[in-house]
Design a protein around this ligand. Structure first.
Ligand SMILES: C[S@@+](CC[C@H](N)C(=O)[O-])C[C@H]1O[C@@H](n2cnc3c(N)ncnc32)[C@H](O)[C@@H]1O
Length: 274
């Protein structure tokens, strides 16, 4: 998906995306920031920040002497993040609309670079993921930290399969749903994620698993479709078609005895060698 398409999809899904925060984005963002062990005064770059699931706890962790740049393509999510940051008086956090692959640190960032890079559920959207992440890693100071969250292998699989089958019935020819699955296998197990992070010149790699098995309620299922990249094939579709997809998807999940949505997530952090 192009940057414009991603922005359109995530802006359109802000209501559903926000409903997923307490169950999915929030716990992962908090865990990522805890595992990064940020220090007061640190400068943090949070890419694919959305509404700040990891950027908001990062801002609290680094305190008023630190700074967090939260970068995303989707204006509506950024605006949501700004509101929450303002409510919490987190004045050290800037939400900026930009493409992470083109981000240049402003002059407020120390010459040596950021202390940490965070990206929660975002790396799989970046084109040429290794190249993109490598470029971002170059924005860190020597000994800086990198942290990502990604879906663990098998997460959301039942939902994706059922959704793909339903789309084939109602929207034959629709693009494969969701983020390009090809890079996912590069970092969807603890070993693969460890190797992947090590490849950026990192040591002290730590990968933990955040088990997240959620009852497959109709609301959660549909929020997962509309609140993220799975929404893409439905953009611009008739309401009647969208409703048929929703009903068929729920029926198919029931027929397949899918009672749980596996949203288990890997949290990987590493310290740079250089
Ligand atoms: C699944 S959301 C995760 C948002 C947030 N990190 C969280 O955990 O709640 C993925 C986000 O990546 C953003 N994104 C995708 N590609 C991007 C890019 N090239 N530059 C900046 N943001 C991007 C999307 O706009 C979307 O908000």
């Amino acid at each position: 998906m192009s940057a414009e398409q991603l922005a359109a999809v995530f802006n359109a899904g802000i209501r559903e995306f926000t409903r997923l925060t307490p169950q999915i984005w929030g716990p992962a963002g908090q865990s990522l920031i805890a595992q990064l062990r940020l220090r007061p005064g640190d400068a943090v770059l949070d890419v694919c920040s959305g509404a700040g699931a990891s950027a908001l706890p990062a801002a609290a962790a680094v305190g008023p002497d630190g700074l967090v740049h939260a970068v995303d393509l989707a204006d509506d999510l950024l605006e949501e993040g700004r509101l929450v940051a303002s409510d919490r008086a987190l004045h050290n956090l800037d939400f900026v609309r930009a493409d992470a692959t083109e981000w240049e640190p402003p002059s407020t960032v120390p010459d040596a670079g950021y202390d940490a890079l965070a990206c929660s559920y975002g790396v799989f959207f970046l084109p040429h993921v290794d190249q993109s992440v490598n470029r971002l890693v170059q924005l860190l100071r020597p000994g800086g930290k990198v942290g990502v969250t990604v879906w663990r292998r098998g997460a959301l699989t039942d939902l994706r399969r059922a959704y793909t089958d339903v789309l084939a019935r109602h929207l034959p020819g629709a693009a494969p749903s969701g983020a390009d699955p090809s890079p996912l296998s590069r970092f969807d197990t603890a070993d693969a994620l460890t190797d992947w992070l090590t490849g950026f010149g990192a040591h002290t790699v730590e990968v933990t698993e955040l088990s997240n098995l959620l009852p497959a309620t109709p609301q959660l299922v549909w929020d997962l479709v509309l609140g993220g990249a799975l929404r893409a094939p439905l953009l611009g579709c008739d309401d009647a078609v969208v409703e048929k997809v929703r009903l068929d998807l729920l029926a198919l999940l029931t027929e397949r005895d899918v009672e749980t949505i596996d949203a288990t997530t890997l949290i990987g952090t590493a310290v740079l060698d250089r």
